[in-house]
Design a protein around this ligand. Structure first.
Ligand code: DAH
Length: 333
């Protein structure tokens, strides 16, 4: 025996069917959301049907109410299923589209190189760090005191001339050598000390094949209670051999205001003697200027031009090539 359908029962059943049918046609998540709103939203079809429940008899109401709930749950369940299926499909398409083809040719990136100046600097610093030296540095804009006065340059020394040194309007200058670091380092450290400094230096030179207004120097120095000229010679020999291998080295007497005695060092390179550095025992006046007692302490110092070394080593005929950024030139190193 079947009871005749109560009012609304058919409506609910029809709603269930059309909802199921349209869920089945949804091909993306946006469509599915619209379908959800259309059936289950506040103004959706289900709400409209339920709005009519007030007209039902007290006896039909619970049955239709529970049927409405079943329909709602069924639609919800199907919406969920369809949502997960669509999501899975979306991820699959995305994975498909983003597949990495490892056989595709790569993006070409030109390989950079270390500039010959930097490569010499790196090698020299490595050698001194290996000998236990500390890397020190100082300013390129310097006062007369650190660049000249504390280094025992007399007031009328020719290097102080406007022809040689680049002065700033306030009387400061562009350091003409890295020897300023000796003073700054010794002022702030107590012996025993060993330090190496690298940096740009500036001179008012007319630029030509062997002169640049900006160039690099490396300075190294050591101070302790019993440092002798033999320590200087030994250090320089070890350094030059680390740089060039077994090579003839000679010391020539020379003069620098900040060393006494002073020497210039040459290496024999392809049959010719080439000057590579200046050096000497730190002048007692310099030690006094930094507050060291020259009766207790002694030290040596040396300085060398990096560009010169690079030119000798790579047989470069013109210093300007090092700064022209011409890749045809730079790629040779
Ligand atoms: N400062 C010197 C120059 O610019 C190079 C130099 C020579 C540095 C002898 C030194 C040294 O420390 O002892 O030509």
């Amino acid at each position: 025996m079947t009871t005749p359908p109560a009012p609304l029962e058919n409506d609910l059943m029809a709603l269930k069917q059309t909802a199921q049918a349209s869920i089945a046609t949804a091909t993306n998540l946006e469509d599915l959301e619209q379908i959800r709103v259309g059936y289950l939203g506040k103004k959706g079809q289900l709400s409209q049907v339920l709005g009519a429940m007030g007209k039902l008899s007290a006896e039909d109401r619970p049955r239709i109410g529970s049927l409405a709930n079943q329909v709602k749950e069924l639609i919800q369940e199907q919406l969920e299923q369809s949502k997960s299926a669509l999501l899975a499909a979306q991820i699959a398409t995305q994975l498909e589209a983003e597949t990495l083809d490892v056989t595709m040719p790569g993006v070409f990136r030109p390989q950079g190189r270390i500039h010959p100046i930097n490569s010499i600097i790196d090698r020299i610093v490595d050698i001194f760090v290996g000998l236990g030296y500390t890397v020190a540095s100082g300013p390129e804009v310097e006062s007369d005191y650190y660049n000249f006065e504390a280094l025992n340059f007399l007031p009328d020394h020719p290097a102080r001339d406007m022809q040689d040194t680049l002065y700033l309007p306030n009387g400061d200058l562009m350091r003409t050598h890295t020897s300023n670091v000796q003073i700054r380092y010794m002022q702030t450290h107590e012996p025993p000390l060993r330090a190496v400094a690298i940096g740009r230096c500036y001179r008012r030179d007319t630029v030509d094949a062997t002169h640049a207004a900006v160039f690099h120097q490396i300075e190294f120095f050591a101070v302790d209670t019993a440092i002798t000229f033999s320590d200087l010679r030994g250090t320089i020999k070890v350094f030059l051999e680390a740089l060039y291998g077994e090579i003839p080295v000679r010391f020539r007497p020379s003069y620098f205001p900040f060393t006494e005695p002073s020497a210039e060092v040459d290496v024999q390179w392809q049959g010719k003697w080439l000057e590579v550095l200046g050096c000497g025992m730190i002048d007692p006046n310099v030690l006094k200027a930094v507050g060291y007692d020259p009766e207790v302490y002694s030290g040596f110092a040396a300085g060398l031009g990096v560009e010169r070394l690079a030119m000798v080593q790579h047989q470069i005929d013109d210093i300007r090539r090092l700064y022209s950024s011409d890749l045809r030139f730079l790629r040779q190193f």
